[in-house]
Ligand binder design. Structure first.
Ligand SMILES: CC(C)(COP(=O)(O)OP(=O)(O)OC[C@H]1O[C@@H](n2cnc3c(N)ncnc32)[C@H](O)[C@@H]1OP(=O)(O)O)[C@@H](O)C(=O)NCCC(=O)NCCSC(=O)CC(=O)O
Length: 539
């Protein structure tokens, strides 16, 4: 089938020739000469020492780009020269040729590392909008087959490593050039590529590991897994694609774990942290958006700690951020945490509570790696060591889908007066209090669910102290019911799933704890404390 993979940049082979910059016509001739020399000599046992010296000289004299085009020939030379030999082993000349080729290749390592910098491709991926040359599926499949075969063979033959990296880079370039709608095909082609080895299941892992070793490769794989998860969550995959693509996602996660688990570095961010990182922290904030540098300054000021994880292979990337307030009491309102001026937070009373009020992971592609759990546990250890008066660890967390859940259930109960949610919505006593305060029509009075639905229909209730107080008890009860809902073994609410999955316990639900438009839209202003009792003292 001739399927086009739109938005593709020119083929890499051409790109590579162009990036050989400065090689010029003279270099082209030198490439040809040394190529033929390299291709011919290793085949002969009678290779002379002079030939190997010339190989090395020619290879060194070439520009790095031109030498790189020779990499496959140099690799072949090194490999076959080593293999030449009878009962007495390789001849001295063959050994010398192997050494010269290997030396020329060895010197290339750093240059190749630079030339194969995937970060550039990622930048292009973000910027490129113009449709360019189109590759056919057969091109994609043959590139993947070749890259996969070479990556697999390079695992046992180090002489093939550079070639494996070159091909892996081409695959990255292809991936960065793909239109979003072609990613599903790419993943399937990657999974199906056999690399000449029909028996090896999941052979693509070798290719992914080769990409991981390219400069910028880890970040590309993080993006790739994020893309893949987005695709899966859209629920639009062909039924037959779901299982293999899920498997690819799991393999990608496991490969990424090798550069994350055991390599994380806990960092406390401060006003002295580089602006580039602080700007990212502001951008990644997923729970309480920041409105500029002053908001951030307050969140890293006195009695506030902003933790982040970094790993060496994703330099400059705060992978996950955890904001903490050190307090003298349990926090029940997010506005109080934000409104304290950052320079007046010094209290004469030492803090006894650490309140985690926001965790944000920066890359979807790293979900399921366990970063959130590990960061909270390391943060606890850090705080215990430096702030020994802190004995209690808890969160002040959003309840993100509470309003959605309540709205849907009230609608179902209004449609069916026998619906059990009518019993949960308001008790008889609550119903009579609310009805006394609000003048509703007969229809609106008809059931508890109808009454509550009408009152919550707009946010006016929150402006009336009396009505809001009348709603407090039923809303807290409904929120508690919601937070304890399960889907299988996990909590229905995503934040509850995260904290309860970490070993925390659902604690107090706080009334009007986040009256911002987002807080009202998500949970009618309610927030919850999850208690990390196992690490708290005196519990
Ligand atoms: C909360 C996170 C930082 C966690 O990051 P991680 O990389 O550790 O996440 P993860 O994907 O490995 O998920 C860890 C576990 O959390 C649960 N989990 C996470 N997100 C979920 C979701 N949307 N739906 C269902 N479960 C979910 C899963 O059970 C999973 O367990 P398993 O591994 O078994 O699948 C991130 O999900 C995130 O940035 N979320 C958006 C912002 C957010 O809602 N933050 C929390 C509210 S703030 C807050 O509550 C205060 C605070 O924490 O400080």
């Amino acid at each position: 089938m001739l399927r086009s993979f739109g938005r593709i940049v020119p083929p890499l082979t051409r790109q590579m020739t162009r990036s050989a910059g400065g090689a010029g016509a003279g270099s082209d001739m030198a490439i040809e000469r040394s190529s033929s020399l390299l291709m011919q000599q290793p085949a002969s046992v009678s290779v002379s020492g002079g030939a190997s010296a010339r190989v090395a000289c020619v290879a060194r004299a070439l520009s790095s780009g031109a030498r790189m085009s020779l990499a496959p020939a140099l690799t072949a030379a090194a490999s076959s020269a080593s293999a030449i030999g009878g009962v007495n082993g390789p001849s001295a000349a063959a050994t010398s040729l192997a050494a010269a080729s290997a030396a020329a290749l060895g010197g290339l390592d750093d240059e190749i590392a630079l030339e194969f910098d995937v970060s550039e491709l990622r930048a292009r991926r973000r910027l490129s909008t113009a449709p360019v040359e189109v590759f056919t599926e057969s091109h994609v499949v043959s590139l993947l087959d070749g890259a996969l075969a070479t990556a697999c063979r390079a695992e046992s033959d180090p002489a093939l490593k550079q070639e494996a990296r070159r091909l892996a880079f081409q695959v990255c370039e292809l991936y960065c050039s793909l239109a979003e709608s072609y990613r599903e095909h790419f993943y399937l082609d990657l999974i199906r590529a056999k690399g000449g080895n029909d028996t090896q299941k999941f052979a693509y892992k070798s290719l992914l590991k080769t990409i991981l070793e390219l400069p910028g490769g880890p970040r590309l794989l993080v993006d790739m897994r994020g893309d893949l998860l987005s695709l899966v969550h859209q629920n639009q995959l062909d039924a037959a694609s779901v299982e293999p693509i899920d498997q690819l996602g799991v393999d990608l996660r496991n490969i990424l774990k090798t550069i994350i688990v055991g390599h994380t570095h806990l960092t406390r961010l401060s006003w002295n942290t580089s602006a580039a990182i602080l700007e990212k922290v502001m951008g990644y904030e997923a729970v309480h958006p920041m409105n500029g540098w002053n908001d951030l300054k307050r969140r890293i000021g006195r009695n506030r700690i902003c933790f982040s994880y970094f790993v060496p292979l994703l330099p400059g990337e705060p992978l996950i951020v955890l904001h903490t307030a050190l307090m003298t009491h349990r926090a029940d309102n997010i506005h109080k945490i934000f409104e304290e001026p950052h320079d007046s937070l010094a209290s004469p009373i030492p803090p006894t509570w650490a309140i985690f009020f926001s965790s944000s992971a920066s890359h979807k592609g790293l979900s399921g790696v366990g970063l959130g759990h590990d960061l909270i546990m390391e943060a606890v250890a850090y705080i215990k060591k430096r702030h020994p008066t802190v004995k209690n660890f808890a969160t002040l967390s959003p309840i993100p889908r509470f309003r959605m859940w309540l709205t849907a259930n009230l609608a179902a109960a209004v449609a069916d007066p026998a619906h059990p949610f009518n019993d949960l919505a308001l008790t008889k006593a609550e119903l009579s209090v609310v009805r006394r305060l609000e003048s509703l029509s007969a229809k609106e009075y008809s059931t508890p669910a109808a009454t509550l639905q009408t009152i919550l229909g707009n946010d006016d209730w929150s402006k009336s102290h009396r009505i809001s107080e009348a709603l407090r008890a039923p809303m807290l009860r409904l929120a508690s019911h919601y937070v304890n809902l399960k889907v299988g073994k996990s909590s229905y609410d995503p934040v509850a799933a995260f904290h309860i999955g970490n070993g925390a316990t659902a604690g107090d639900i706080n009334w009007m704890a986040n009256a911002s438009p987002r807080g009202m839209a998500e949970s009618y202003g309610l927030m919850i404390n999850y208690r990390y009792l196992s690490v708290s003292e005196g519990n």
